[in-house]
Write a protein that binds this ligand. Sequence first.
Ligand SMILES: [Zn+2]
Ligand SMILES: [Zn+2]
Ligand SMILES: [Zn+2]
Length: 249
Amino acid sequence: MMWKIVRWDRIETEPIFERHLGVHELLVMLAPPKPHCAFGTACDSRPEGQERGPDICSWCKNMSFDALYKRAEAQADTRLLKRLIDAWMHQLERDNSERIRRGWPCLCASKDPEYRFHAWRRDFNPKDSRLCGTVRHRGQLCARCYRTAQEQECTWLAEFDGDRYGFPCVFEDHRLRRPVDANWKIGPLDAQGHPDPNWEKDPRRHGRCERARFKNQLCQKCFNRMCEIRGFGRYFDTEWGMLRGGMGV
Ligand SMILES: [Zn+2]
Ligand SMILES: [Zn+2]
Ligand SMILES: [Zn+2]
C-alpha cells in the first residue's frame, strides 16, 4: 500500500503531500494498478479486451504456449508479443529448476515446462486470471486447475490419476496389494524354483519408480529391468508393459 513507503520524516517534503488531496484523488492513488495486457483488445479476459500494456496479463499467462503463440501470429506486433511469450517461458523454466534444486513445492503441471507441449496442456485454458498454486508432486495440477478441468469436463483428465499426470507403476500401486498380486510380483521361477532377482522391484537396489502412462502398467525403469527375463510375456504385454488381464486386473 502506498502509505507504507512514505517515511514519517519525509512527509513534510514529499511533493505529493504539499497539496491537499481530495478523497477521490486519494482513492485513485490507493487503487490497484489498472489491468492491462500486451494483447490489448485481442486479450480474451474480457469481451472488450484489455488496455494495451507492457506485459501479458495473468489470464493470458494461464493459456497454453501453443495458444499464446497462435494468438501472437494473428496480431500486428507479432515479434514483440513472441518476445514476451519467450520471456514468460524462460521465467517458468528458471522458476521450475530453482524449485527442484531447493526442494521447494513444485509448479502446477499446467505451468511445468515438462508438459508445455503435451496435447492435454495444449487443450487446456483455465479462463481465469488467478495464479496457479504450487503442488507437492511434479505432474500434479493445482487445486484451481484440477477443479476447473473437472468443471470443463476435460476428456484429457483420463490421462490423470486424480490430479496427477500418469499413474503409479504397478509395483507402487496401492490398489495392487491383494494376495492375488503376489503371483505376478514374484514372476517366473527358474528350474530350481527360484525367482529372478531382477524381477520384483526392490527399492534399495532399484531406486524409485517413475510414473507410468497408463493404469496397470510398468514404469519405464521396471520395464527395462524386466523385459528380457524369460517368461515376461506371460505376465505383461511385451510392447507396453501392461499387466495382463489374467493377473487379476
Ligand atoms: Zn491478456
Ligand atoms: Zn494450476
Ligand atoms: Zn516401476
